[in-house]
Design a protein around this ligand. Structure first.
Ligand code: ZN
Length: 324
C-alpha cells in the first residue's frame, strides 16, 4: 500500500516522504486533525515505509517487512489504543518494557498510540521521558483528534502533523468507486469528516435503516394528524435504532437543510438527492424561518441527548414540535 493510496493529505505525505528520503525521521510525531482523516492508515503506511527493504521513501507492499506490517505481525511495530475509556499507565509501562531491548534488524522500533489524548496523567507522564530518550532507536506516532487536551510537555516533544478534512467531492468519488449508492454516500459524507469515518458508518447495518426511518418520519410529520410519534415508537422498540438517536437527529438536521437548499436553488448541495421529487413538492409548505427553527430543534435534541436526557422522550418531544 504505497503513499499514493492515501487520499488527499498532500502536505502530510510530502513531509513524511521527505523525512524518509533525507534520513530525518523524527523520534516522535503527533498526528492531529479531525478523526477519520486517514491518520491511522498514514501511520501504518509510514511504519511500512520505514521498514521497507526495497524503497527508501515509500512502501513496496511486497517485501517481507511490508507484508509483516500488512498482516499485523511485524515484531517491531506496536499499536496502543485506549483500554476502555483511557490509556493507562500499565499500558505505557508494558510498551517501555518491550522497547527496553533493541530490534533484531537495523530498524527502529515503532509504536503508534491511537487516541493519545486519552492517556491518564500518570500514563502521559510516564511516556514523557520515553518520548525523548527511548532506550532503543524508536519512532512514536501519537494520533489524536483532540490534541489540545494532551499535556503541553507531550505536545512540545512531538512533531505536529496536521491532517485536514478531505474535500467532500473526493470522498464521494472514492465511495462511488467502492460501489456505495450515491444517496447513502452523500448522507455519510455529510455526517463524518473523513473517508474512514464514512466507511465505518456505512458498514453499520443500522445506517441505511436509520436513513429510511428518518425519511419516513420526516414525510409523516409533513401530513396532517401526524402518525410519526407512533411510528417512531414502534420502529425503535423493534430495531436497535434507539441507540443511535444522535445520528437520527443529525440526519433530520440535514433533511431540513435540504429544504432550504431547494428554496435557495442550491440543488447540487442536497444530501437526500434521491428525494428531490418529494422535496420539490413540499419545501414551500413551510417558511424559511420554520425550516431553520426545525434545524435548531434537531440540534437542541442532540444536545439534550448528550446531557443524558431520556432518549425516547427526546425523540417524542422533537416529533411533536414538528407538527406544531
Ligand atoms: Zn517493502
Amino acid at each position: 500500500m504505497p503513499f499514493h493510496d492515501i487520499l488527499g493529505q498532500e502536505d502530510v505525505k510530502r513531509l513524511l516522504q521527505n523525512a524518509l528520503r533525507k534520513d530525518a525521521v523524527s523520534h516522535a510525531y503527533l498526528f492531529t486533525g479531525p478523526s477519520g482523516s486517514g491518520q491511522m492508515k498514514t501511520a501504518l503506511m509510514f511504519a511500512q515505509a520505514i521498514f521497507c527493504t526495497r524503497l527508501k521513501d515509500d512502501a513496496c507492499g511486497e517485501c517481507l517487512e511490508c507484508r509483516k506490517v500488512e498482516h499485523g505481525n511485524h515484531p517491531d511495530l506496536t499499536l496502543l489504543a485506549p483500554d476502555g475509556a483511557s490509556i493507562k499507565i500499565d499500558q505505557i509501562r508494558e510498551l517501555q518494557r518491550m522497547f527496553s531491548y533493541r530490534s533484531e534488524g537495523v530498524n527502529p522500533k515503532i509504536y503508534i498510540i491511537e487516541g493519545a489524548d486519552k492517556m491518564t496523567v500518570q500514563a502521559a507522564n510516564s511516556l514523557l521521558k520515553f518520548l525523548e530518550e527511548p532506550p532503543a532507536p524508536a519512532v512514536g506516532i501519537l494520533i489524536s483528534d483532540n490534541s489540545s487536551s494532551l499535556l503541553p510537555t507531550i505536545q512540545s516533544r512531538t512533531q505536529r502533523i496536521p491532517f485536514s478534512p478531505l474535500h467532500p467531492d473526493i470522498m464521494l468519488q472514492a465511495l462511488a468507486g467502492e460501489g456505495v449508492p450515491v444517496a447513502l454516500a452523500r448522507c455519510a459524507v455529510s455526517l463524518t469528516s473523513g473517508l474512514e469515518g464514512c466507511r465505518e458508518l456505512l458498514a453499520q447495518n443500522w445506517f441505511a435503516e436509520m436513513r429510511n426511518l428518518v425519511l419516513q418520519l420526516a414525510k409523516e410529520s409533513m401530513g396532517k394528524g401526524s402518525t410519526a410519534v407512533a411510528t417512531a415508537g414502534q420502529k425503535l422498540a423493534k430495531t436497535g435504532l434507539g441507540e443511535h438517536l444522535d445520528t437520527l437527529f443529525s440526519m433530520f438536521h440535514l433533511w431540513f437543510k435540504d429544504m432550504l437548499y431547494f428554496l435557495y436553488r442550491r440543488h447540487e448541495s442536497i444530501v437526500f438527492i434521491d428525494q428531490l421529487d418529494f422535496i420539490s413538492r413540499h419545501a414551500r409548505e413551510r417558511s424559511t424561518e420554520q425550516w431553520i427553527a426545525y434545524m435548531e430543534f434537531a440540534a437542541e435534541s442532540k444536545r439534550k441527548l448528550r446531557s443524558n436526557a431520556n432518549a425516547a422522550l427526546c425523540l417524542e418531544q422533537f416529533l411533536i414540535r414538528l407538527e406544531g
